[in-house]
Design a protein around this ligand. Structure first.
Ligand code: SME
Length: 151
């Protein structure tokens, strides 16, 4: 059972993204490194803010994801609308959860801001395990995304 080492992940991402400012390249690198770092992560990817109240899929790892999500739908829409991390222990209890895979049992979605402080995207991680994510994941991931996308 591989479990992410956030200190090691932070150093790896800093090294891999050093000097890069292309957002899609940064997202592709983060999604790939994150996805392969932990057996809990069965889908890992970004939904980008492409117009007011609309998210469209960005770089991801895992099975195909739905292409667009409005801010008033799903866990991703809630994270974007509220600009607040959504930590869902059981997706069956989340009203309006969008099941891109019927295997998803729990989910975490974090807002990602750009350098100007505007919402850039949300990062979605789905797990086929129930109650897979904890506040430890949130507390570790948020500053890493800030250093990559907001600084
Ligand atoms: N579960 C998300 C949709 C994205 S797919 O799972 C990759 C949601 O409810 O917003």
């Amino acid at each position: 059972m591989a479990f992410i080492d956030y200190e090691s992940f932070k150093k790896s991402i800093a090294s891999l993204t050093d000097g890069e400012d292309d957002v899609i390249a940064l997202m592709a690198t983060v999604a790939s490194e994150l996805h392969h770092s932990d057996d809990r992560f069965d889908w890992t990817g970004f939904y980008r803010v492409t117009s007011p109240q609309m998210l469209k899929i960005g770089p991801y790892q895992g099975g195909h994801g739905c292409l667009q999500i409005s801010f008033n739908r799903g866990v991703c829409g809630a994270a974007a609308r509220l600009e607040k991390t959504q930590l869902v222990v059981d997706v069956a209890t989340f009203p309006g959860h969008i099941a891109c895979s019927s295997l998803t049992r729990s989910e975490i979605v974090l807002p990602v801001w750009d350098r100007s402080g505007s919402l850039l995207a949300v990062l979605d991680i789905d797990s086929n395990q129930l109650n897979a994510f904890t506040q430890t994941d949130v507390d570790a991931l948020a500053p890493i995304f800030a250093s990559v996308f907001s600084s």
